[in-house]
Design a protein around this ligand. Structure first.
Ligand code: PRP
Ligand code: ADE
Length: 179
């Protein structure tokens, strides 16, 4: 099923050189959203993959901001809650946080307390894996909350940045890889 949809998704990813700064080859997923039928097909295929290859999950957790474009739709397909993982200071009430390394310095992501319960199996979703810092922090958050990452899924993996090395404990599936 991934093999069928991969070329269609690839056609909708735009390469933007030197964005947001010189030397970065930005992979823009926004053209995908001009094609709602394809977005829906993608979310159905991801949900099927979860059912057949991951098994039961208690929730789908997506990463701000671009993980929010797919996560809720996959969660709806699976009939499980969506857990937003946000940058620090955006979620009200008690939160659990995890810090991570970015290109320069550190950042923090959070979930709301109670969003992930002891023993929950969580499916993590984001648009893209670069250095792996973001998914590392997300996986740490899940574990901190008492849950377990069933699998992490990203649409795009930037292979040369070796983000996978940061998450050896996480089962990672990617749709498209760029060298
Ligand atoms: C991008 C992307 C991933 C992250 C990957 O998000 O959507 O979440 O970077 O990078 P990493 O593997 O090196 O951690 P960004 O932080 O730009 O935020 P945005 O989605 O809010 O634009
Ligand atoms: N996030 C981190 N690196 C990126 C890239 N090259 N393209 C799109 N999003 C990114």
């Amino acid at each position: 099923r991934f093999d069928q949809i991969r070329p269609k998704i690839e056609k909708h990813i735009r390469e933007v050189k030197d964005f947001p700064k010189k030397g970065i080859n930005f992979r823009d997923i926004m053209p995908l959203f001009t094609n709602p039928q394809l977005v829906n097909e993608l979310c159905v295929v991801i949900a099927d993959h979860v059912r057949h290859s991951v098994g039961h999950v208690d929730s789908v957790a997506g990463l701000e901001a671009r993980g929010f474009l797919f996560g809720p739709q996959v969660a709806i397909q699976l009939g499980v809650p969506f857990v937003p993982i946000r940058k620090k200071g955006k979620l009200p009430g008690a939160t659990i946080e995890a810090s991570y390394q970015k290109e320069y310095g550190e950042d923090i992501v959070e979930i709301q307390e109670g969003a992930i319960k002891q023993g929950d199996v969580v499916f993590l979703i984001d648009d893209l894996l670069a250095t792996g810092g973001t998914l590392r922090a997300a996986a740490n958050l899940v574990v901190k909350a008492g849950g377990k990452v069933g699998e992490a899924f990203v649409l795009i993996e930037l292979t040369p940045l070796n983000g996978r090395a940061k998450i050896p404990d996480v089962n990672l599936t990617t749709l498209i890889s760029y060298d």
